[in-house]
Write a new protein. Structure first.
Length: 97
């Protein structure tokens, strides 16, 4: 019985980690309408990085509010969470700095 409980707790912990909000911060490199191009927050000037392309819509929450695209600016550092099974559509954005 104890073994089953520990196994269930471990499984729940792993699922929570894998499905949670991204811990990595990204910087907004480009904004084109409702699409953002994001790069890693910490960059080495001698290296090249692939940009992450994400999309916002009327349901995307930015700092807890819906449809606040105007508050984002190029250079903002953010963390985000994808909408369930709808990459690259975002559910939430949290500004870090």
């Amino acid at each position: 019985m104890r073994r089953t409980i520990w196994l269930m707790l471990l499984s729940l912990f792993i699922v929570a980690i894998l499905s949670g909000c991204s811990d990595q911060a990204y910087v907004i490199e480009e904004m084109n309408g409702n699409q953002l191009s994001l790069g890693p927050d910490e960059q080495n000037p001698e290296e090249q990085y692939a940009l992450t392309e994400v999309t916002l819509d009327g349901e995307t929450k930015i700092d807890g509010r819906t449809n606040q695209l105007s508050v984002l600016q190029k250079g903002d550092v953010i963390r985000f969470e994808y909408r369930n099974d709808k990459k690259p559509l975002l559910a939430t954005i949290e500004r870090v700095k």
